[in-house]
Design a protein around this ligand. Sequence first.
Ligand code: T3D
Length: 263
Amino acid sequence: MTYQTILFELSEGIARLTLNRPERLNSFNAAMHAEVQDALAALQRDTSARVLVITGAGRGFCAGQDLSDRLVAPGGAPPDLGPSIERGYKPLILALRRLPLPVIAAVNGVAAGAGANIALACDLVIAARSATFIQAFSKIGLVPDSGGTWILPRLLGPARALGLALLGEKLPAEQAAQWGLIWRCVEDGQLTAEVDTLARHLAAAPTRGLARTKQAMLEGWGRTLAEQLDVERDYQQELGHSADYAEGVAAFMEKRVPHFTGR
Ligand code: T3D
């Protein structure tokens, strides 16, 4: 597939996906949905990928749905948003959550509407100090989608989650980090370097273990402690047979740096 709305590359275990409609703050249209889904499906198949970095081109990360596709002419029929969610945002969020490798959101600027919640669906969110997160949905009569109503109360508690969702105010990156909504806020000029360092670190890490860690934590919210202990047992049983576990133990005992292959 030739991409018109994203940039996508995979090199040395690091996949980089850049939302690339800067003139519309990288908002999503149908083509971008199809292209992002295609890229994520390619990553599912490509075992050389060890980490994914998602960012935005230009001054924004993503402004959610492209609203120019939603303008209703006077007397025209309102759009059916259900199919758009079902075919676009829902599979996108689930694909990010299910990708068996760590996903970094490098939030270079404003992340609004679904754009904010796509960032929050990533495993590690690093934002530039000038970036903001906006649950813009309330400004146009919608509900936070792309997992917003699920993740915000879990990460922030109901008071802050409802404040953000009902008011649609800008949450600065630094406050998002202080509230525990994102991993880190860094100086604007440091974002690329910090993300590169983190991506290189993760690309050399034991990928299968990280994938199971992500899965256990994300799926654990719906389980009892006893059920979760069973899941941990099963994952340890599986990972105990991995090449990376053998390498990790050997490297520790030999007092050397491990060389993980992601297998
Ligand atoms: O429809 C469905 O399928 C249901 C799913 C919905 C999911 C959603 O995401 S709903 C929420 C949609 N997003 C928004 O409501 C955010 C709209 N954008 C904004 O509120 C502001 O643009 C920002 C706060 C994000 C940034 O403000 P600012 O002042 O930095 O930039 P700007 O001047 O508003 O935007 C720059 C350009 O991008 C501008 O175009 P222009 O005037 O230079 O030609 C603006 O129209 C365009 N743009 C920004 N966001 C969108 C957009 N164009 C289309 N759709 C957008 N979402």
